[in-house]
Design a protein around this ligand. Structure first.
Ligand code: AP5
Length: 219
């Protein structure tokens, strides 16, 4: 199964993609994580995109299309994948369609996670992740079971993202509504788009997504 999760910054794409990937036993491809790993490793690619990410703007289509094109060739994508953060422009969506078609594949579903703007900022500014395994948490909405200890790997080291500050978040929202939201009519026209209510608690959003995938429920 090949899926795309769409939604504004903080909507819960990463949270749900992580859970869905485990449940469906397919790979989660988070372009945000891939780009941050390049920056952290101080590669030439990472140095080239660091300022763009820190400004909350989009990395160029050419670079992103090449990154995903190379990644979906890898054997772990053969049984399907969940794209979290890609495509983000109509140009990226068209390139993805072409890449899949060339491999005899298609997109099974695009799931939009709908969340009111007012709650997105609170979600983003309270977010942190395990520095060792990448599991995601939130100061209020998803705390670790034991204080300061990762539920998944037991690590006591956590990190917050450089771009999770008010100024950058504003630019990220602008990029989403200006460049990514046009993907909603793009996928609606192809009849693959479905929506879930991302205002519900995390486990309920997850349940709705699974239902939607199992039963093909429409919005
Ligand atoms: P990326 O990492 O993709 O960031 P984003 O799209 O802004 O999304 P976020 O990761 O902020 O939010 P999310 O929807 O995953 O929410 P999460 O699950 O963490 O991209 C970063 C940057 O990389 C971009 O700005 C751009 O520069 C670049 N980039 C990446 N891809 C690109 C592309 N294709 N083209 C060009 N540039 C690209 O949830 C947020 C918090 O809320 C968490 O703490 C979570 O625990 C909590 N939470 C989640 N769901 C709920 C819920 N239902 N109720 C309560 N709390 C919840």
């Amino acid at each position: 199964m090949n899926l795309v999760l769409l939604g504004p910054p903080g909507a819960g794409k990463g949270t749900q993609a992580q859970a869905l990937a485990e449940r469906l036993n397919i790979v989660r491809l988070s372009t945000g994580d891939m780009l941050r790993a390049e920056v952290a490793a101080d590669t030439e690619f990472g140095r080239g995109i660091k300022a763009t990410i820190e400004a909350g703007e989009l990395v160029s289509d050419d670079l992103m299309i090449r990154l995903i094109g190379e990644r979906i060739e890898k054997p772990d994508c053969a049984s399907g994948f969940i794209l979290d953060g890609f495509p983000r422009t109509v140009g990226q969506a068209e390139a993805l369609d072409a890449m899949l078609e060339a491999r005899g594949l298609k997109l099974d579903r695009v799931i939009e996670i709908k969340v009111d703007d007012e709650v997105l900022l609170a979600r983003i500014t309270g977010r942190y992740t395990c520095a060792d395994c990448g599991a995601g948490y939130h100061d209020r909405f998803k705390r670790t079971k034991a204080d300061g200890v990762c539920d998944l790997c037991g690590s006591k080291r956590f990190v917050r993202r450089e771009d999770d500050n008010r100024k950058t978040v504003k630019a990220r929202f602008k990029a989403y509504y200006g460049q990514t939201a046009p993907l909603l009519p793009y996928y609606r026209r192809r009849n693959v788009l479905r929506s879930v209510d991302g205002m519900a608690p995390i486990c309920e959003v997850g349940r709705d997504m699974v239902k939607l995938l199992e039963w093909g429920q429409t919005d």
